[in-house]
Design a protein around this ligand. Structure first.
Ligand code: NAD
Ligand code: UD1
Length: 338
């Protein structure tokens, strides 16, 4: 299959690009590089030994995007492009609604006009809000998002469902990611946050390499065994493979198919720090501070649906997630800026 990958130069997009190429698919990457660099794609070419077309294009540029579709004639789209910082979205809601929601609407219009009716969309566990008791299942109610970023994911899921009602030839896969961490085994691609990391693992790796002094653990008074929040961390390579499984399992089945991509196992913040220290033989300097606004005490997936329907399950454990995160960070202390 020929797959157009929006946001293919990003963290999850680049790992998925490698898996797609390694399994014999052709890809076309569309990215405006607002949170990435074209250098990432050179590394994907180097890792896979395969070439592919890539276009610097904002998905909101309908004319340019249409030309790309007409020129490259993809069979399906995997849609990663979007802004993803929760804190920034609170400060810049209009930019998030414009980029994520309007961008997706433009993409869908172009797909419809060009007769491309298969899409895999990057959603998030954040759509479950705080009203459900984990493990979170796909049939639980969604809503109650607490920030514009999460709300964009919720709205896009609804837009995709409405589109299917209007045109039931569309095959739509919505993947709800839990907490992706880790990096490709080569250490050539990985997560390269701009500025101060918001998320736990990139913060830990930057403390480990001395770029940051001390990790702040946001609260140890939650109702969990050690008092810190519990999350379902999933290796980015497992996540990338989940996209292949989704394409194989659902691309030819019109409908709206929703899957959690998680491991089904929860780890606390202290568990992650301990696992990182043990796996890499390093000490992480940390201090416990107050809670971060909007954090839920416990969030982890029921991952059985993806296993039963797609035959996919996460294979890598927390030790490998910690090893590969550090392998990437230590080999690329400044991300792709070297
Ligand atoms: P990322 O920022 O590394 O990748 C997103 C890519 O999209 C970047 O390369 C960026 O330059 C590009 N992009 C953004 N807006 C664009 C636009 N208008 N036109 C073209 N390209 C554009 O993020 P990621 O971690 O790889 O996440 C990929 C997707 O998965 C996002 O939609 C994100 O919201 C979602 N997601 C991520 C996580 C996570 O923890 N990383 C969790 C749940 C969901
Ligand atoms: C966050 C977003 C979520 C998004 C996901 C992936 C919030 C509230 N949620 O999830 O919408 O889909 O990222 O991008 O931002 N922690 C620390 N110290 C740190 C960083 C994190 O203690 O410096 C803790 C957090 O309190 C949390 C855990 O580590 O308990 C994981 O945090 P993080 O990596 O930011 O992910 P989420 O908050 O689960």
């Amino acid at each position: 299959m020929k797959i157009l990958v929006t946001g293919g130069a990003g963290y999850i997009g680049s790992h998925t690009a490698v898996e797609l190429l390694d399994s014999g698919h052709e890809i076309v990457v569309v990215d405006n590089y607002i949170n990435s660099s074209p250098k990432v794609l050179d590394r994907v070419r180097e890792l896979t030994g395969k070439d592919f077309e890539s276009f610097e294009c904002d998905i909101r540029d309908k004319k340019k995007l249409t030309e790309i579709f007409q020129k490259t004639k993809p069979d399906a789209v995997i849609h990663f492009a979007g802004l993803k910082s929760v804190g920034e979205s609170v400060m810049k809601p209009l930019e998030y609604y414009d980029n994520n929601i309007y961008g997706t609407v433009v993409l869908l219009e172009v797909m419809r006009a060009c007769g491309v009716k298969k899409i895999v969309f990057s959603s998030s566990a954040t759509v479950y809000g705080g009203g459900n008791v984990p493990p979170l299942r796909e049939d639980m109610p969604v809503g109650g998002t607490t920030n514009p970023y999460g709300t964009t994911k919720l709205h896009i899921e609804k837009i995709l469902s409405d589109l299917y009602v209007a045109d039931n030839l569309f095959s739509i896969v919505i993947l709800r990611y839990f907490n992706p961490i880790g990096a490709h085994d080569s250490g050539r691609i990985g997560e390269a946050p701009n500025g101060l990391p918001n998320n736990l693992m990139p913060y830990i790796t930057q403390v480990a390499c001395g770029k940051l002094e001390c990790l702040r653990v946001f609260g140890d008074d939650y109702p969990t065994p050690d008092g810190t929040c519990i999350r379902d961390y999933i290796h980015v390579v497992d996540l990338a493979k989940g996209h292949l499984a989704a394409l194989n399992g659902c691309a030819d089945k019109p409908g709206v198919h929703i899957f959690n991509l998680g491991t089904g196992v929860g780890y606390s913040v202290f568990d992650v720090i301990n696992a990182f220290e043990k796996a890499n033989g390093l000490k992480i300097n940390y201090v416990v501070t107050g809670r971060r606004d909007g954090d839920l005490p416990v969030c982890y997936a029921d991952a059985t649906k993806a296993n039963e329907v797609l035959g996919w399950r996460a294979e890598r454990g927390i030790e490998n997630m910690c090893l590969t995160s550090w392998n990437w960070q230590s080999k690329n202390p400044n991300g792709y800026d070297d």
